[in-house]
Design a protein around this ligand. Structure first.
Ligand code: UD1
Length: 372
């Protein structure tokens, strides 16, 4: 029985890796067929992740690349449909909330193939986020909804999804983190890899990532954030791996030179093991990523989220995350608190224990391959 598994963009890879591994234990029952849509295609955004996470080469690469949302989503759909005709799966499994997730989900459901959504039910309640639209629609289409935190189930029930389709299995991103923590790149090795000559010590720097359209596509917000980063670097060095989208936008502002003058270390997108290492030994992390909010909670590192909301509330209620938005004063207040008192300490949420993928595979077997 074939299970089509879909990845497309960077945050999908670390979610799929443990699922592919757990599927090996039931290889007599399920044959995974891995499709990469090609939404992310650069060496730094794709290949190193496959290698480091031990994900098998995709059975099919749709090679769709970048485009507007409509172009990208439509191209994925057009290219994905014939794959389903060819391999005739018993279900399609998608992860997360990127354009590849909704595009492949929609194709599957129109062909009456059950859709399984890993990381279902997260809601920021901010429809200006493209991912929020992807999340709501994918969940409405899904036959089996697998959740990472209890709040997700409440969100789904409110949207009329029946309880028997929802299963709390835990966080596969944390499976990957726990599997790979020992191999994380030490700070100095990462800095050497990018020929960085500045001196930075463990636990004495801030790690920054920025890529949300709401932060980087709007010039005034981006300039405000770059100025805060510049100020922050007067307190401690800032390591900033720059996403391709952000690279393009910052170049347009002409502010790159200003960052270079400060203690801001600009890196290209780093590998998974480098990112784990950079997070683990950071004094604090500033980010607008969803994944980093969860990873810092699992690692116990204070996280300052540069957004007005989060779809991952458990990182705030139980973890090390604080939502501050993009107001420079609030950001600096939060950072100062962390620098003076060590910041928020938290605990690791329920089922963020390295076993989520195994629970997911067990649930798939129970539902779709009864009697096994
Ligand atoms: C996508 C996801 C976002 C996720 C992020 C992680 C959607 C709607 N957004 O955003 O949820 O957090 O990935 O990275 O699916 N580009 C390259 N090389 C690549 C890929 C992209 O240079 O390999 C550049 C292109 O100019 C492209 C831009 O980055 O236009 C944006 O890429 P896209 O896949 O549209 O969205 P992301 O911002 O990466």
């Amino acid at each position: 029985q074939v299970l089509v598994c879909v990845v497309g963009a960077r945050p999908n890879f670390m979610k799929m890796a443990p699922i592919m591994r757990a599927l090996q234990d039931v290889s007599h029952l399920i044959k995974p067929y891995l499709v990469h849509t090609g939404q992310h295609y650069d060496q730094a955004m794709k290949h190193t992740f496959f290698q480091q996470l031990g994900i098998p080469e995709p059975d099919r690469d749709l090679g769709v690349g970048s485009g507007t949302h409509a172009v990208q989503t439509a191209n994925i759909m057009l290219n994905f449909e014939p794959v389903l005709d060819e391999v005739n799966p018993f279900a399609v499994l998608v992860v997360g909330d990127v354009n590849s997730t909704i595009a492949c989900g929609l194709v599957a459901v129109k062909k009456q193939i059950p859709l399984i959504h890993v990381e279902a039910g997260l809601r920021s309640y901010d429809r200006e986020m493209p991912e929020e639209i992807n999340r709501i629609l994918t969940d409405q289409l899904s036959d089996l909804l697998l959740t990472t935190e209890r709040a997700a189930e409440k969100n789904l029930l409110k949207e009329g999804i029946s309880a028997d389709r929802i299963c709390f299995t835990g966080n596969v991103m944390i499976d990957s983190l726990l599997n790979n923590c020992k191999q994380a790149s030490p700070l100095q090795k990462t800095l050497d890899n990018y020929a960085c000559t500045q001196t930075v010590s463990e636990n004495e720097y801030a790690l920054l990532t920025l890529h949300r359209p709401s932060n980087v596509d709007d010039q005034s917000t981006l300039v405000r954030l770059v100025n805060v980063v510049s100020d922050l670097s007067k307190k401690l060095p800032v390591i900033f791996p720059v996403h391709p989208r952000t690279q393009q936008k910052i170049s347009q502002t002409g502010l790159l030179a200003e960052l270079h003058e400060q203690r801001v270390i600009l890196l290209p997108p780093v590998s998974y093991l480098e990112m784990l290492g950079l997070m683990r030994s950071a004094k604090l992390v500033l980010t607008d990523s969803g994944g980093l909010q969860e990873e810092t909670t699992a690692l116990g590192v204070p996280c300052v989220t540069l957004r007005e909301n989060t779809e991952r509330p458990i990182t705030v209620t139980e973890g090390t995350n604080t939502i501050v938005g993009t107001d420079p004063i609030k950001i600096m207040q939060c950072v100062d608190e962390i620098l003076s008192s060590g910041g928020k300490s938290g605990r690791v949420p329920e089922y963020w224990d390295g076993l989520a993928a195994q629970r997911i595979v067990a649930e798939i077997v129970r539902r779709y391959l009864p009697g096994n």
